[in-house]
Design a binder for this molecule. Structure first.
Ligand code: ZN
Length: 210
């Protein structure tokens, strides 16, 4: 998920996440850059495909994937990134809302919403897989999410506000759902057409300069 437009001007985090210290994430500015992965954008099929749950056999793959996902999210910059957005069909997502401009990385493996408030909240959302597109999305205002952390420990988080929206946005990705799928067909088509048009214009620019 992209940061709300109001906070984008703050600029992206430059901190990176290193896999050390007993599996905890430590932002380390001094080490060589962790690999940045290419971000998959609409209409790639993997973005509409439900991911597979992470099992014990995936431990090594996830261990290698998480630092790269964090690095890719910070580089974008974004506040959330799901594995399908980097071409991986596993139920893994990373989030960092950067409260007070400080890194607060959250890795969620096999996350599931186990409770959602009847009250709804509407906020503007964007997505790294639909670059430059934003829309107001209405979702439950509060959610409880059960997940496994990067060490495999089972955890639960109760969230409201931006974190609640971000958790739902990222868990949607793991189920092949995009934020535009919460909009009316009319609004969704406007956004998808605008994205396609901007793409055509961007790809036409080099040719026009010849
Ligand atoms: Zn997204």
């Amino acid at each position: 998920m992209l940061a709300p437009t109001a906070t984008l001007a703050r600029g992206g985090a430059t901190g990176r996440i290193d896999w050390r210290d007993g599996g905890r994430y430590i932002p380390d500015m001094a080490e060589a850059a962790t690999e940045i992965l290419p971000i998959v954008t609409v209409p790639a099929r993997i973005l509409k495909t439900k991911t597979r749950r992470v099992g014990p056999a995936d431990a090594e793959a996830v261990r290698a994937l998480l630092p790269r996902m964090f690095a890719t999210m910070y580089h974008a910059p974004g506040i959330g990134l799901a594995a399908p957005q980097v071409g991986v069909g596993l139920a893994v997502t990373v989030i960092d809302l950067m409260p007070n401009d400080k890194p607060a990385p959250l890795a969620l493996i096999n996350p599931e919403i186990v409770a959602a408030s009847p009250e709804l909240a509407t906020r503007e959302e964007g997505c790294l897989s639909l670059p430059g597109q934003y829309a107001e999305v209405t979702r439950p205002a509060r959610v409880t999410v059960r997940y496994e952390d990067e060490t495999g420990a089972r955890r639960e988080i109760a969230a409201e506000g931006l974190l609640a929206a971000c958790l739902q946005h990222e868990i949607d990705h793991l189920n092949g759902v995009l934020f535009v799928d919460h909009l009316s067909a009319l609004k969704r088509n406007i956004i998808l057409r605008r994205l396609a048009k901007e793409r055509r214009q961007n790809s036409a620019q080099p040719a026009a300069a010849e």
